[in-house]
Design a protein around this ligand. Structure first.
Ligand SMILES: [Zn+2]
Ligand SMILES: [Zn+2]
Length: 309
């Protein structure tokens, strides 16, 4: 993908720091947004784009006027090098957000039937899109399997099947990043806690990831955070199931706590019994989601003399 330009690698870090209000004020102009889009169109992600080339691409009458707006973006959103202009991280994020339709489009998709069955009642699932969120729920009892933000641009040029596959990757990657301590929105530091205070009726325990920088908050069942766990991946792969592509909402252990048992309250530990085919594996996690034990259920944990159901 994009490589940092050589010239930038030796530059000192930009000292120019501006407030969010100043940043939005600088962007509050169609020509400046057009310049950022032109920079992307001209390959500014890969190489510096000369002034003249950029100017050609923007619909503006005189170069002084163009230069004025370009200067406003420089040092905050774009960087000037000897070879031309290139993106700084915020500039790239802004223009990508515009393409994703985050600020512009309004899209809706009426409910359509989708693969899988309800973890609660066994009914068929349906998906729908509104308010920049894709939701997959039971068509019969209404149990929500997942509802998560997805930019409207992601609906373009995709069949419903392709959209659901893209959504699966989007959510899976966000939760895997968060579980690794990285905020998927701002790349700040995320803190993970396992708690019995849940946002969902019917869920006894949930995982909360909270960004210490932008306050982005993700919460989910425990299983959703295990989609890149090596033991869980291997267990499924050995049984012919590819967790990276099979929609996670078709697995009850991912979207409910039907397979989750609270092993200890203080400090909190939970155990998941994950079925696949005729087998099942177990994994025990602590309050920070660290794996305490994963042994394929070689040593079942007894709780009050009973196997957890
Ligand atoms: Zn249902
Ligand atoms: Zn964040």
């Amino acid at each position: 993908m994009s490589q940092p330009a050589n010239s930038a690698a030796s530059d000192p870090p930009e000292a120019a720091s501006i407030s969010p209000a100043e940043a939005f004020a600088l962007l509050g102009n169609d020509t400046r947004i057009e310049i950022l889009q032109a920079l992307l169109d001209a390959g500014g992600d890969e190489r510096p784009v000369p002034f003249s080339e950029l100017y050609e691409l923007v619909d503006i009458d005189d170069s002084a006027h163009f230069n004025y707006h370009l200067k406003k973006l420089t040092d905050h959103f774009v960087r000037r090098t000897d070879e031309g202009y290139e993106f700084q991280y915020p500039g790239r994020k802004v223009v990508r957000s515009v393409f994703a339709g985050t600020f512009t489009d309004r899209a809706r998709l009426d409910p359509f039937e989708t693969e899988g069955s309800c973890y609660d009642c066994g009914g068929g699932l349906r998906a729908w899109y509104a308010d920049e969120h894709l939701t997959i729920e039971c068509g019969e009892c209404g149990a929500v399997h997942v509802s998560y933000s997805f930019p409207p641009g992601g609906l373009d040029d995709r069949t419903p099947e392709e959209l659901l596959q893209a959504f699966h990757h989007h959510v899976r990657h966000h939760y895997c990043l968060a579980a690794d301590g990285v905020c998927p929105e701002c790349m700040g530091k995320m803190e993970t806690t396992l708690t019995t205070e849940t946002d969902y009726p019917g869920l006894d325990v949930q995982v909360v990831h909270e960004c210490t920088r932008c306050r982005n908050r993700l919460h989910s069942s425990v299983g959703l955070n295990l989609l890149d766990n090596a033991d869980v991946l291997t267990f499924h792969a050995e049984r012919g199931v590819d967790l990276s592509t099979r929609p996670f909402w078709t697995f009850d252990w991912c979207v409910s706590d039907a397979s989750t048992t609270i092993v200890s309250e203080d400090p909190i530990e939970v155990r998941l019994d994950i079925p696949c085919g005729d087998d099942s594996m177990c994994i025990v996690l602590d309050g920070r989601l660290n794996v305490v034990d994963a042994d394929g259920c070689a040593r079942p944990i007894e709780t009050n003399g009973q196997r957890p159901s």
